[in-house]
Design a protein around this ligand. Structure first.
Ligand code: TYD
Length: 205
């Protein structure tokens, strides 16, 4: 089972993934947590380019290729083998981040991004996506206070608002797989909400 966590900056994906990993392992599941972009040697190098704070003049389409390249490598060498061995994979971001950031945020055409994604991931798509939704002002303030600002965080508020609207639009189009969680709440409350949404699905497996 592949579960993706999506959301804007400072939405708490990392915290929720560790809490869920711990919970699932205590229940006896084997779990692998991964992060996009990254997770492989070349993926880490691509990540450095993408999150570099200098102005590299990267075009939106170049960015989309780089995120997809990192993803293509990770899916084949890490994600699929883990899924095939029966693990639950928790992914911090997925190709839906490319749709939200490069598509809705930067204005790249969604059909182009869908083509790239088809090549990068094939049939390996999340069974479930948790969208940790919160106003971008709140997420960015959280990130600033942790001193974790990167190139994409430095975009203006309007960009992050478009990303949020994009996520909500994607979630609306596929309500069965997307679960929207209110990420303004405490991490404990968000964790309980995630468990209540996930438990019925785990039992039915
Ligand atoms: P990261 O430091 O991992 O931030 P976060 O904790 O918010 O995930 O940086 C990832 C950044 O890359 C984040 O700003 C979102 C962006 N991104 C895209 O623009 N497109 C993508 O396809 C992915 C995977 C991430």
């Amino acid at each position: 089972m592949l579960i993706a966590f999506e959301g804007g900056e400072g939405s708490g994906k990392g915290t929720q993934i560790s809490l869920l990993q711990k919970y699932l392992e205590e229940k006896g599941f084997e779990v692998l947590s991964i992060i996009e972009p990254g997770g492989t040697k070349v993926g880490e190098l691509i990540r450095e380019i993408l999150l570099n704070k200098n102005d590299l003049g990267l075009l939106g389409i170049t960015e989309a290729f780089l995120f997809s390249a990192s993803r293509a490598q990770q899916i084949r060498t890490v994600t699929r083998p883990a899924l095939e061995s029966g693990k639950i994979v928790l992914s911090d971001r997925s190709f839906y981040s490319t749709y939200a950031y490069q598509g809705y945020g930067r204005g790249q055409s969604l059909s182009t991004l869908e083509k790239l994604t088809e090549i990068a991931v094939g049939d390996t798509k999340p069974d479930l996506i948790f969208l940790l939704d919160l106003p971008p002002e709140m997420g960015l303030a959280r990130k600033r206070s942790q001193n974790q600002f990167n190139r994409l965080d430095a975009e203006d508020l309007n960009f992050h608002q478009k990303v949020r609207e994009g996520y909500l639009d994607l979630a609306k189009k596929d309500e069965k797989r997307w679960k929207i969680v209110d990420a303004t709440k405490s991490s404990k409350e968000v964790h309980s909400e995630i468990l209540s949404l996930l438990e019925p699905l785990l039992l039915s497996k």
